[in-house]
Design a protein around this ligand. Structure first.
Ligand SMILES: Nc1nc2c(c(=O)[nH]1)N[C@H]1C(S)=C(S)[C@@H](COP(=O)(O)OP(=O)(O)OC[C@H]3O[C@@H](n4cnc5c(=O)[nH]c(N)nc54)[C@H](O)[C@@H]3O)O[C@H]1N2
Ligand SMILES: Nc1nc2c(c(=O)[nH]1)N[C@H]1C(S)=C(S)[C@@H](COP(=O)(O)OP(=O)(O)OC[C@H]3O[C@@H](n4cnc5c(=O)[nH]c(N)nc54)[C@H](O)[C@@H]3O)O[C@H]1N2
Ligand SMILES: [Mo]
Length: 765
């Protein structure tokens, strides 16, 4: 009998002490290549390793599953990948297997006490598996029985809204479209997705200010920009190929400002491992100016900059702002300026944690630039006022007329390789109106109109017993979500939890009364269907849709592709016989044909997706045709949110190490921050460490106290680090237990994973 109370929902305490060394000063370079080869050889033969890596991001290869950064037109002949992309591929192409014998040997309870690192190293899941009520081990089940069982659970629910269908952003357009069609035919809009925890704030802010919830720049814009501001993003680890673009930008005389509480290695120095110069030549200095702000200080910082811009514009009208752009293309300028005049740059500077002198230097660069790109990621989107911060970023670009012209615009850098495409083809907890009408006409059903659950509301629904079946197309919902213990309780209350997965993860171990794992093909693998080998398509961070063609033999003959899994499930569950699900998956061109009919921008999908480099989706902001409520680009007024930390409190952020992909832990070496052999560390300022009577290497307990509920993350090792006072850095997912489910960004409902008020106490010995 599996006893839920004994299952370990959060990462277990470490047995080894983390070791602390100096942060490695240069991003990428030959060292990165060495690490890739070592890692590859641990998990597969040299032949397989080289063959696999050579196929990444080539025109006829597969899309790298690691991030959504676009491919340059002049891809390197060898392979367009980075250290961390290679690690992602090695994880998928590993020769380790989690077979039925493996699951018979290791109980769910035993595995739940393993570290995430160890769980992930179990290898690829080879068979559909089921954990029946009251048993301790997963056992193999046939595909047919699995689908019948899920369908019968779904069809015995009193209300379709008792089912929740999560998506993680690695899913292809084809699988995602079929999935949302199935879910809506089943009768619910309960389609939470990882984007709710990721760039949702960007989508909300950009849609209302610029008319489209995506960025406006293309890769080529980086090569002609005057100034690139990288805010709340760690590209050296999470988007390493972006560094190559920044390197070209610098060669073309662009300046770069980095805004971050941490001096991240990739923002400082870079050696491009894909050319000879990167091996033997000097490194490139990336940032010209580093603004080290307090966690959450961005809105104050951008407002301070705009106060100084206004001062300069007042002195010399027409010399700073792009008045003709403002007059022709924007709305709300006067009100915005009126509000801006009520603020003082000095007071805002203090709030941001950056000195007014540095802010003046940044302002100078902005004044002297006509073409500005602002890039951002999770350091911006996961705060209470994230939507407002992004609106403030837009204000700055509007003042400078830096949108919809070459070398200028918005650049929210997406995470998962197809998170943007999934949303485009309908993964959303609201029904896209036009798409709803088209699907209704094409497939004879009444799509549900009522909004569904996003991630936070899905967790709460399960916690309150209103969500009874949880189905996940990819991802690791338990560990990625906030408030791990609460999320765990919710999942455990479900009648059924189902995961379409490539590898074991903690979400398989913290399960509903019945739990099923449906093992799927990965992006790298050949997908054979009735009409031959198929390819899928994905949309990168800059709106380009292109193909991804699997190249290597599947990890097991029992795997199914994601589109096929969705189709079989739909067929087993739904009474409506439209579409003919099995016919659709015989040839994915047929799926793309129906996407073309339902989603705008996909004309001649099948033809254009076969073009080299794919095709670009319409982007109204890029055309300066702002499809907003006012028909113009909107200035907005965004109040500064004071953090009001008490003396004994800290603002904590949770970030990724250099050796993980979200909840998949590749290894225990965050070399850019100098941390090895462990992950339970708390990066703290030297003065704070002294003030608390602590020293580096001590263990501390971290507690959050949101709405008077105490949440505890025990035994984190103190690391003295270059981080502003009263700020603490920890890793995700170890610290997720501290993120309260009710602490989320206004309007985007994104958990505030980058701003959690905590206290720090020395652990008992
Ligand atoms: N190798 C690898 N690649 C990945 C991923 C991965 O885990 N591993 N994850 C993918 C996904 S899904 C995503 S969303 C992206 C994530 O990419 P990032 O957003 O780069 O990821 P994080 O590690 O969360 O880093 C956020 C950065 O924001 C900074 N920061 C924190 N708080 C603040 C703040 O208040 N203000 C400012 N200005 N900065 C702040 C942190 O110091 C850190 O440098 O990467 C994608 N790519
Ligand atoms: N505290 C904190 N929490 C966070 C964040 C943070 O910065 N701080 N970041 C948030 C962000 S930005 C995101 S995007 C989410 C990520 O949330 P998720 O997308 O849910 O999590 P991942 O860790 O990316 O999912 C990993 C699992 O996906 C499965 N998988 C891998 N490849 C495939 C595939 O091709 N198909 C299928 N079906 N499954 C596959 C594997 O089984 C693997 O275990 O986490 C969020 N949570
Ligand atoms: Mo993400």
């Amino acid at each position: 009998m599996s006893d839920h109370s004994k299952l370990c929902a959060t990462t277990p305490l470490e047995t080894e002490r983390p070791t602390i060394t100096k942060p490695y000063p240069i991003a990428a370079g030959p060292k990165a290549v060495k690490i890739v080869l070592e890692e590859g050889m641990k998990q597969m033969s040299l032949r397989k390793c080289t063959k696999t890596l050579l196929m990444v991001n080539q025109v006829k290869g597969f899309d790298c599953p690691s991030c959504a950064w676009p491919d340059p037109k002049d891809r390197s002949a060898i392979a367009e990948y980075c250290e961390n992309g290679a690690k992602a591929i090695i994880e998928e192409a590993t020769e380790a297997r989690a077979t039925p014998a493996f699951f018979a040997q290791h109980s769910v309870q035993e595995m739940s006490n393993w570290s995430d690192y160890k769980i992930g190293k179990s290898g690829r899941i080879t068979h559909p598996m089921i954990l029946r009520p009251g048993t301790a081990h997963y056992e193999a089940i046939s595909w047919e029985e699995a689908f019948t069982s899920i369908a019968s659970h779904l069809n015995t629910l009193k209300d379709p809204n008792e089912a929740i269908f999560y998506t993680s952003g690695r899913t292809s357009n084809e699988a995602a479209f079929l999935y949302q069609l199935f879910v809506r035919q089943f009768g619910t809009n309960n389609l939470p997705d990882c984007s709710n925890m990721c760039h949702e704030s960007s989508g909300v802010a950009l849609k209302e200010t610029l008319g489209i919830g995506k960025g406006s720049v293309k890769l080529e814009d980086f090569y002609v920009a005057d100034l690139i501001i990288v805010v709340g993003q760690n590209p050296g680890t999470n988007h390493p190929r972006m560094l190559s673009a920044l390197q070209v930008a610098k060669k073309n005389k662009a300046e770069i400002i980095a805004v971050n509480p941490l001096p991240e290695t990739g923002l400082k120095k870079f050696k491009n491992p894909q050319n000879l110069k990167g091996w033997i030549g000097p490194s490139t200095d990336i940032s010209d100016l580093f603004l080290q702000l307090k966690i959450g200080g961005d809105l104050a910082l951008f407002k301070a900059i705009m106060c100084l811009l206004l001062e300069a514009e007042d002195k010399n009208p027409g010399s700073v702002f792009d008045q003709s752009f403002i007059d022709d293309k924007t709305h709300g300028y006067q009100a915005f300026i009126k509000d801006l005049r009520t603020h003082s740059a000095e007071a805002l500077a203090r709030e941001s944690g950056v000195s007014i002198d540095l802010i003046r230097r940044a302002t100078e660069k902005i004044i002297n630039s006509e073409r500005i790109i602002i890039c951002w990621a999770m350091g911006i989107t996961q705060h209470k006022n994230s939507v407002q911060i992004i609106r403030e970023i837009v204000n700055l670009l509007l003042l400078k007329g830096s949108i919809g012209k070459p070398g200028a615009g918005t650049c929210p850098v997406r995470g998962h390789s197809n998170v943007q495409g999934d949303r485009t083809v309908g993964i959303w907890h609201h029904l896209p109106k036009a798409m709803g009408v088209k699907m209704k006409n094409l497939f004879d059903f009444e799509p549900p109109q009522e909004g569904g659950y996003d991630v936070v509301n899905a967790i709460k629904a399960m916690g309150e017993g209103k969500g009874k079946v949880f189905f996940a197309l990819g991802g690791n919902f338990l560990s990625a979500s906030p408030d791990t213990e609460y999320t765990a309780k919710g999942l455990q209350q479900c009648e059924l939890t189902v995961h379409v997965s490539t590898k074991p993860n903690r979400s398989h171990l913290i399960h509903g009364k019945t739990a099923i794992i449906l093992p799927c093909l990965g992006r790298t693998e050949i997908d054979r269907q009735k009409n031959g080998a198929q390819f899928v398509s994905v949309e990168n961070s800059m709106g380009i849709v292109h193909s991804s063609i699997g190249q290597i033999e599947p990890a097991s003959e029992h795997l199914m592709s994601e589109p096929a899994i969705v189709a079989h499930l739909a067929k087993a569950t739904l009474k409506n016989k439209k579409p003919d699900w099995e016919w659709l998956i015989e040839d994915y061109d047929r799926i793309r044909d129906i996407i073309e009919q339902c989603v705008s921008g996909f004309d001649n999908y099948n033809e254009r997706v076969r073009h080299e480099g794919g095709f670009y989706l319409p982007n109204c902001a890029r055309e300066q045709n702002f499809e907003t409520a006012t028909g113009k680009a909107n200035f907005t007024i965004n109040p500064v949110l004071n953090s009001n930390l008490k003396d004994h409190e800290f603002m904590m952020m949770t970030t990724r190490s250099h050796d993980q992909f979200n909840t998949t832990i590749y290894g225990l070496d965050d070399r850019y921050r100098g941390i090895k052999n462990g992950r339970r560390v708390a990066f703290m300022n030297k003065k704070d460490i002294q003030k608390r009577g602590l020293k580096q290497g001590d263990y501390v307990d971290l507690k959050s106290h949101y709405e008077n509920v105490e949440r505890l993350a025990p035994r984190f090792m103190v690391v003295e680090y270059d981080i502003p006072e009263q700020c603490v850095g920890t890793y995700f997912p170890e610290a997720n237990v501290l993120v309260p489910v009710n602490s989320y960004a206004e309007r985007s409902i994104t958990p505030t994973s980058k701003s959690i008020v905590i206290t720090v106490e020395k652990s008992a010995e």
